[in-house]
Ligand binder design. Structure first.
Ligand code: BJW
Ligand code: ZN
Length: 242
């Protein structure tokens, strides 16, 4: 696989690197993406399920979706793309992995400098008292807290604020990045989708890695057409080769 001299040069000089990931990096582990052809669960789009309104209207349905995904995600393994990103973490003075994924695969691959913007599917909390549960107790089809409150997954739905500390760190890292890689995301969901744009505006060399072009592709420095599990390990190999 050939990489441009510009990219290799930028990475070799870089002290501050940010990688943004989306569902595409977990696709090769067997986790369906949201907006691809396999991304429709029982004919529902993410936009129909990942909102507080849907949860309040049909909590059983939304919990069914989350239980199905949790089960799937606990039975898959990190792929070479996750591994390569973990290896990159120690190659630069400052490195942040900003992920939109809730599957925990980056953390399982060993990544430490992770900002999980959209939460963690394996945690849940009570909507009344805020108590956290790793394994929420289901009663009559719905998980209920000891206080009687309804328990929800610890993820960020449409219309909800991201953790201010995480999003501040992510924007700060994007502004300071010298190289920014956007991997496996359709780059449509805000505010994550604005991170590559912010990085670009602040002078970073911004590269997108995806088998398909996105709305951002033309704005960035480079588009590398390919799968994360193939491109990322090759890139790390190329960087180690000197
Ligand atoms: C591969 C591959 C391989 C395949 N290798 N690549 C209008 C304009 C602007 C904004 C808005 C608007 N209307 C509403 C909004 C706001 C909204 C938003 O952005 N909506 C857009 C859809 C328009 N955003 C929000 O609501 C956010 N909150 C917010 O803005 O708060 C502001 C606020 C202020 C004040 C008060 C209140 C609020 C929150 C967004 C939360 C998103 N949550 C979800 C669900 C998380 C929990 C869960 O997982 O269940 O996050 S939705 C879903 O989309 C999930 C993902 O993280 C996110 C992004 O998707 P991703 O990762 O990009 O996946 P895909 O499937 O879209 O793309 C996969 C890509 O991989 C594709 O490109 C493939 O080609 C590629 N690929 N194989 C590499 N092997
Ligand atoms: Zn409670």
């Amino acid at each position: 696989m050939e990489f441009s001299d510009d990219l290799i040069e930028a990475l070799k000089m870089a002290k501050r690197v940010v990688v943004l990931t989306g569902a595409g990096v977990s696709a090769e582990s067997g986790v369906p993406t949201f907006r691809g052809p396999d991304g429709i669960w029982k004919k529902f789009k993410a936009e129909d399920l990942a909102t507080l309104d849907s949860f309040m209207a049909r909590p059983e349905l939304v919990w069914e979706w989350y239980n199905w995904r949790r089960d799937l995600m606990s039975n898959v393994k990190p792929n070479p793309g996750h591994m390569a990103i973990t290896e990159m973490e120690v190659m630069f003075l400052s490195f942040w992995l900003v992920t939109q994924n809730v599957d925990g695969l980056h953390q399982r691959a060993g990544s430490k400098k992770v900002l999980p913007l959209h939460g963690n599917i394996f945690d849940s909390y009570c909507m009344e008292c805020g108590k956290y549960y790793a394994d929420p107790p289901f009663k009559d089809g719905l998980p209920r807290c000891s206080c009687g409150g309804l328990i929800r997954p610890d993820v960020v739905w449409f219309g909800e604020q991201l953790d201010p500390e995480l999003i501040t760190k992510a924007f700060d890292a994007a502004e300071k990045a010298q190289v920014f890689l956007s991997v496996g995301t359709s780059a449509v969901v805000m505010p994550a989708a604005s991170l590559p744009v912010v990085a670009k505006r602040s002078g970073a060399y911004v590269v997108e890695i995806n088998p398909e072009r996105t709305e951002l592709s033309d704005m960035l420095d480079e588009f590398i057409e390919g799968k994360s599990g193939e491109v990322m390990p090759e890139l790390v190999k190329r960087l180690k080769a000197k």
